[in-house]
Design a protein around this ligand. Structure first.
Ligand SMILES: C[S@@+](CC[C@H](N)C(=O)[O-])C[C@H]1O[C@@H](n2cnc3c(N)ncnc32)[C@H](O)[C@@H]1O
Length: 222
């Protein structure tokens, strides 16, 4: 799971669509971390990513999440967990949300989940700095952390419609500190470098995901 505890409204909705005729789409599924702890589901889970994951067991349809290749009104639940910021970046407009909303059956729901960057206990600030570092390491592949307020700005400008419910939560999961430390040191650590400062901050204050925000859009019931 990439976010825990998940908001009650999401878990209730998931329970409602936990039946064989229901279809759930996990956009930008990566290694399937979001849904793995929620399995088994009676519903059909369809996972999509632009690349096949190196680890994990998620069966994947390889496609661009901006244009998911499904019939309109064919999904009961769509989840995009830590995906939105990556595909928003560079354009700062979110027309693809209309594609996602159009895939929902009447009464269906789209949920976005994103790390919230504006809360700064030291361990969460470290997480934000690691994300900034990765962004520079992999330009074009990632987007910067996006605050809920910025998403609200998009909604306010009418870019993505206005019928959204938003919420905030604390992510209690523990990031893999050792994996991050070994990634950062994999090419050697020059004294005084950004990597060396980051490693020192991690030693001192640790690493935490901090808060996350979620946003839900519901299609009108038939
Ligand atoms: C931070 S990971 C999140 C993985 C998973 N949703 C989770 O919460 O653990 C972002 C994922 O989005 C995928 N991704 C980025 N841009 C994409 C696009 N345009 N279409 C499909 N997947 C994309 C990446 O390949 C990566 O697997």
């Amino acid at each position: 799971m990439s976010f825990a505890p998940l908001p009650k409204v999401f878990l209730e909705y998931l329970e409602d669509c936990n039946q064989p005729s229901a279809r759930i789409l996990d956009l930008g599924c990566g290694d399937g971390d979001f849904f793995t702890p929620l399995l088994p589901l009676k519903a059909q889970l369809i996972s999509l990513d632009r690349v096949k994951p190196q680890v994990g067991t998620s069966p994947i349809l390889v496609a661009d999440a901006k244009h998911p290749p499904f019939r309109p009104r064919s999904m009961d639940l769509i989840v995009a967990a830590n995906l939105f910021r990556h595909i928003l970046f560079g354009e700062m407009k979110a027309d693809f949300l209309e594609n996602w909303c159009g895939l929902l059956r009447p009464g269906g729901a789209l949920f976005l989940f994103e790390d919230e960057p504006t809360v700064f206990p030291p361990a969460a600030r470290n997480y934000g700095q690691v994300q900034d570092f990765l962004l520079r390491l992999l330009p074009g592949e990632r987007g910067p952390l996006l605050a809920r307020a910025d998403f609200e700005g998009l909604i306010g400008r009418g870019t993505v419609g206005s019928e959204w419910v938003l919420g905030l939560g604390r992510n209690d999961l523990k990031p893999d500190l050792e994996a991050i430390q070994s990634l950062l040191s994999s090419n050697g650590v020059a004294p005084g470098s950004e990597v060396s400062q980051l490693l020192r901050a991690l030693d001192q204050d640790g690493l935490a995901y901090g808060d996350f925000w979620w946003a839900c859009w519901r299609a009108d019931s038939a």
